[in-house]
Design a protein around this ligand. Structure first.
Ligand code: SAM
Length: 199
């Protein structure tokens, strides 16, 4: 059984086709960006093929993207040659990218085990400036969603490990580093968009 990175490498082109469509623009991302000073440096963590990263830059922010799928990053770089993209695991130290004023992690923490959420917040805390904002878009619920995890593509089985997280789980994992601020209206009912602030 192949895992998350192999799944996104295999499906990068499909996600890109969907994500670059104008109607895929997320209301919550715009609302989040409106909270930031103009020109703020924004990390799109788990950026996939870079469609939101491109939109962030297009709205006048300094965008930077991180993902661990090389195939997704190939598309991201082709479509957004002026934006720096890094291939990295969000559970490892990526502070070499420098400090940022905000982080958007849209549908990224869904691939992090609940027990590893503190590590994900710790790594985000290394790069986000004090007072900086964090947008996390998570799937409502708790625990692994088998039907959203397992796929068979061209006869090959993948498990992308898709995990729902409650606000309480996120707040517990972020304790001491981030404080919860507010929820932004969801673009899709099953997704929850939470804003945190770096303490
Ligand atoms: C559901 S896609 C979301 C992509 C994009 N942010 C969006 O809103 O459509 C999840 C992305 O997270 C990336 N990802 C998952 N786990 C990761 C990890 N540990 N480190 C870095 N990227 C990861 C995947 O490669 C994939 O591009």
């Amino acid at each position: 059984m192949l895992g998350t990175v192999e799944y996104y490498d295999k499906t990068a082109a499909q996600w890109a086709e969907r994500g670059y469509a104008p109607e895929a623009e997320l209301e919550c991302l715009r609302e989040f960006l409106d909270m930031l000073p103009s020109g703020a440096r924004v990390l799109d963590l788990c950026c996939g093929a870079g469609y939101e990263t491109g939109r962030i830059a297009g709205l006048g922010y300094e965008a930077v993207g991180i993902d661990f799928s090389e195939e997704s990053l190939k598309i991201a770089r082709e479509k957004n040659p002026a934006i720096p993209f890094y291939r990295e695991d969000m559970l490892r130290d990526y502070s070499y990218i420098g400090a940022v004023d905000a982080i958007a992690v849209i549908a990224g923490l869904v691939h992090v085990e609940t027990a590893q959420l503190p590590l994900a917040f710790e790594q985000m805390g290394r790069v986000l400036r004090r007072g900086g904002r964090l947008l996390v878009s998570v799937r409502e619920g708790t625990g692994k969603l088998a039907e959203r995890s397992r796929f068979e593509i061209e006869g090959v089985a993948y498990d992308r490990n898709f995990i729902a997280h409650t606000l309480e789980e996120l707040e517990t994992a972020a304790e001491g580093l981030f404080s919860y601020q507010c929820e932004l209206p969801s673009d899709m009912r099953v997704w929850k968009n939470y804003v945190f602030s770096r303490i």
